[in-house]
Write a protein that binds this ligand. Structure first.
Ligand code: HEM
Length: 475
């Protein structure tokens, strides 16, 4: 049989290799405890050895403590879902956060925590998202107007600044029906930023316990900032309490939480406890979303083919009703993939309240159990193409299985993030709306380096070129 006649015509260009999303360099294999502590203080991610991306469990042993990082799906399930009461949050997490967060749901354990969740959870149930949506959309629209003013015909922009601002606006509008331009809201936002710089949520003490006798020093600015923030939040909650009594309160998250009774005891939050909860909603709810959105924007600049697809899909947002969200399927897959590669909460810590056995090894009472979404989400023995950006993985068998067993950006079990559903509407909405109005492109020489502070951030910010779509489309 004759071979088909192949004429040498123009050959398709070989595809340029796709860039890999940035990943921090791992540390050398062996380091002393003190060097580890120093590396850790600078950045939790680069302080870890590369083998954690392949290990099922790793033990860190020092004279004063034992710490076990677990990366094995059934162990994670056991700690978070099956036996959460055996593995409570460590008291050490509260160190440094108490001045601001008091007795907030993020720090409590046992019966107090269970009661707080019974009151908070109904405010975030699926059906409530629809009621929250107009406020979210208003915050997103107003971010577009701000950006249009800021970038004019096009400009270099630090994405984390933009996303922090809009995520804070979302929280104020959904919680208290006030925009970030409100004087009190604006001041809380600025003060929180200063507080975080002085006292990150992910504190060293939670991972490397210091002996009890060692004096604790708060960094300068921590206590005074916490005091002012709490006074401002008290002002908001007291005004709301009065509006509820007068029957004039708007139907937002604050009103819902403040009027919900614990179904078991009939109690509501008192003013002080509500201040604690508002502080954590603000802290946990805006920093995390801001980090995820900034990384997603960067990924869209790195993979313009995905950006183009999202722009087309975002036409659905012409419709301002809540139902438009269900049409942002690709945007959700992209956001989910960004949460895999850059989980805003990179590590979580629990404490063994009694001796247990993990992988035939004794874990003594008091040992720290570290769960690391950062390593689990890139685990080389679990994920196909673990370090690559591939939003279509969520439709594959491997992606679906890993989503069930090895994907915990919002944690899991009874202590799962109550704002997860909220964040999965907010993220794709803001992402799609920004891309609908602006083309985002990378700036040469400004590749971000992931580091873990309060959340996973970039060492020198995430710098992107924003060009309004009209102009971008003509160029
Ligand atoms: C992309 C956005 C978000 C991510 C990745 C995220 C992630 C998480 C994670 C991993 C935890 C568990 C931490 C631990 O157990 O140590 C958590 C807890 C929490 N999150 Fe979120 N979160 C997000 C958005 C939100 C939003 C929008 C809110 C509220 C409006 C919120 C409120 C909370 C609260 C109150 C807790 C403490 C729950 C408890 O301990 O019972 N989060 N979040």
């Amino acid at each position: 049989m004759n071979a088909p006649d192949h004429k040498p015509g123009p050959q398709p260009k070989p595809e340029a290799p796709r860039p890999q999303p940035p990943k921090p360099q791992a540390r050398p294999v062996r380091v002393s405890l003190w060097r580890y502590v120093r590396l850790f203080r600078d950045d939790i991610l680069s302080a870890q050895p590369a083998k954690l991306y392949r290990a099922w469990m790793a033990e860190f042993r020092a004279p004063s403590f034992r710490s076990f990082l677990i990366n094995q799906p059934d162990l994670i399930k056991r700690v978070l879902k099956e036996e959460p009461d055996v593995f409570p949050k460590s008291d050490r997490i509260a160190e440094g956060l108490k001045p601001l967060l008091g007795n907030s749901v993020f720090l409590t354990n046992g019966e107090t925590w269970k009661r707080q969740r019974r009151i908070i959870d109904p405010a975030f149930e699926g059906g409530r998202l629809k009621a929250t949506y107009p406020a979210m959309r208003a915050a997103a629209d107003s971010a577009i107007v701000r950006l249009q003013r800021q970038v004019g015909q096009g400009a270099k922009v630090e994405a984390e600044e933009i996303t922090s601002h809009v995520a804070a606006d979302v929280i104020f509008r959904t919680l208290f029906s006030i925009p970030i331009e409100n004087e009190v809201a604006g001041e809380v936002f600025t003060r929180f930023r200063n507080y975080q710089r002085s006292q990150p949520l992910l504190n060293l003490a939670a991972f490397v316990p210091l002996p009890k006798w060692m004096p604790r020093f708060f960094r300068r600015g921590t206590r005074p900032n916490a005091k002012v923030i709490r006074a401002l939040i008290t002002k908001l909650t007291e005004a709301r309490m009065a509006a509820i009594k007068a029957g004039t309160a708007p139907e937002d998250l604050a009103t819902k939480i403040m009027t919900t009774c614990d179904p078991d005891t009939g109690e509501r939050f008192d003013a002080q406890e509500m201040v604690d909860q508002v502080a954590i909603f603000f802290l946990a709810g805006h920093e995390t979303s801001a980090s995820a959105l900034a990384w997603t924007l960067y990924l869209m600049a790195l993979y313009p083919d995905w950006q183009d697809q999202l722009v087309l899909e975002a036409e659905a947002l012409e419709d301002e009703s809540f139902s438009a969200i269900s049409k942002l399927r690709l945007s959700r897959d992209v956001f989910r993939e960004a949460l895999r590669l850059y989980p805003p909460v990179p590590m979580m810590v629990r404490e063994a309240s009694c001796p247990v056995t993990f992988r035939n090894r004794l874990v003594p009472k008091g040992a720290q159990i570290v769960l690391s979404p950062w390593h689990l989400h890139r685990h080389e023995r679990l994920w196909d193409n673990p370090d690559g950006f591939d939003p279509s993985r969520w439709q594959t068998e491997n992606g679906k299985q890993c989503q069930r067993e090895a994907y915990i950006p919002f944690s899991a079990g009874p202590r799962v993030c109550p704002g997860a559903g909220f964040a999965m509407v907010e993220g794709p909405l803001i992402l799609s709306l920004i891309l609908r109005h602006f083309k985002v492109t990378c700036i040469s020489g400004a590749e971000p380096v992931p580091v873990a502070h309060l959340t996973v951030r970039s060492k020198n910010g995430i710098w992107l070129q924003f060009t309004p779509r009209g102009e971008a489309d003509q160029s």
